[in-house]
Design a protein around this ligand. Structure first.
Ligand SMILES: NC(=O)c1ccc[n+]([C@@H]2O[C@H](COP(=O)([O-])OP(=O)(O)OC[C@H]3O[C@@H](n4cnc5c(N)ncnc54)[C@H](OP(=O)(O)O)[C@@H]3O)[C@@H](O)[C@H]2O)c1
Length: 337
């Protein structure tokens, strides 16, 4: 089944996820959809210093939106911020330094942000990583899971009250078509059992983002949630995490603007928020979140178990006393196996 899933996914990818796939899909795009001004609306974008996140931040800044970049490295964040201000002429661009793999820091940031700002219209969960060796985050979580799933979960949960108070609120999560090869697994969130395969752990996290989006949409009807696949895009993440794939695909990879197009459309366009909340998008269209005959649907019980495990893990990390958390030798630091 796994070979079947991988083969169908790759053939799908060659057809739809490449630059040619984008160009074919773009023939049906309505050009006036992105002809909008978003002056007065605010957008938070994680991983906004590079690739799809930076292209998204640029597109929003060019249309007058206030941009909150959430980045882990101050120098890279400032450099990107200067580029965005210079090219867009919009000075309402702010950089916040947060490592999305550090659950406690993410929560602290979100709480501070809520104290400082009275509204947030759109949250774009874009930051992501594919780490090939099993490493633990500062909070004791497996690094891919900490960044791609727990960081997204804690940031979004904490910002939901602020989004709910804001006009036309939206949450967009940048997942990946790679998630199509994975069924939600609930018995090993820390990837501690058996052989560690970073590509599959990443794909599992991206499936988790799709499940999270569906659950958030059900629980929060005032907010429009969507999750999307950008296609195969020429970015530093692909060049460094998948060098062979990057080399093999070469010019067939999409540009960052092409990869960002659906994120920007979901964030800015009036029409996009009229679609049903909680869907998976590719090239401005909702598409199935499962390959045909791939047996990747999960039971309501598994989804429930996944959501409760996230909540329990987050609570365990966030309730640890500061001094214990900061001690590298702490015997009480949770080991999430
Ligand atoms: N490119 C593709 O073909 C493709 C396909 C499917 C999905 N995606 C998804 O698209 C999203 C953006 O990736 P990209 O392709 O545009 O790659 P990219 O240019 O390398 O951007 C990734 C961004 O995420 C940031 N990031 C990573 N770990 C972080 C952490 N712990 N805390 C804060 N920021 C962190 C990176 O920061 P640094 O610059 O500091 O590393 C960078 O800004 C990711 O979620 C990725 O999974 C990409």
């Amino acid at each position: 089944m796994s070979l079947y899933r991988n083969t169908v996914w790759f053939l799908n990818g060659i057809h739809y996820y490449t630059r040619k796939g984008y160009e074919a899909a773009a023939k049906d795009f309505e050009s006036q959809h992105l002809n909008v001004s978003v002056v007065g609306r605010s957008f938070m974008i994680t991983g906004a210093n590079s690739g799809i996140g930076k292209a998204t931040a640029m597109a929003i800044a060019k249309r007058g939106g206030t941009v909150h970049m959430v980045c882990r490295n101050r120098d890279r964040a400032e450099e990107a911020r200067e580029d965005i201000i210079y090219e867009s002429g919009n000075t309402e661009v702010y950089a916040h330094i947060v490592d999305m793999s550090e659950t406690r820091k993410v929560k602290e940031f979100a709480e501070d942000f809520k104290m400082q700002y009275s509204s947030l219209n759109v949250l774009i969960n874009n930051a992501g990583c594919m780490v090939h060796k099993r490493e633990l985050s500062a909070d004791g979580l497996e690094k891919n899971f900490a960044t791609n799933t727990m960081g997204v979960y804690v940031l979004t949960q904490a910002l939901i009250p602020l989004l709910q108070k804001s006009r036309d609120p939206r949450v967009i999560t940048v997942s990946s078509g790679g998630m199509l090869v994975q069924k939600l697994r609930v018995d090993d969130l820390q990837s501690d059992k058996g052989h560690f395969d970073g590509v599959m752990v990443y794909a599992q996290n991206k499936r988790q983002q799709v499940v999270l989006t569906q659950q958030w949409a059900k629980a929060n009807p005032l907010i429009h949630f969507s999750v999307m696949h950008p296609g195969w895009v020429d970015t530093p993440a692909v060049a460094t995490s998948m060098p062979q794939f990057h080399q093999m695909m070469g010019d067939r990879l999409r540009s960052v603007e092409q990869g960002a197009d659906t994120v920007v459309w979901l964030a800015l366009c009036r029409v996009s928020a009229r679609s049903r909340s909680g869907q998976f998008f590719q090239d401005r269209c909702p598409v199935p979140a499962h390959l045909p005959l791939a047996w990747t649907h999960s039971s309501p019980e598994d989804v429930q178990r996944f959501m409760s495990q996230l909540e329990t893990l987050a609570k365990a990390i966030l309730s640890q006393p500061e001094e214990e958390h900061n001690s590298p030798m702490s015997a009480t630091r949770p080991q999430f196996v």
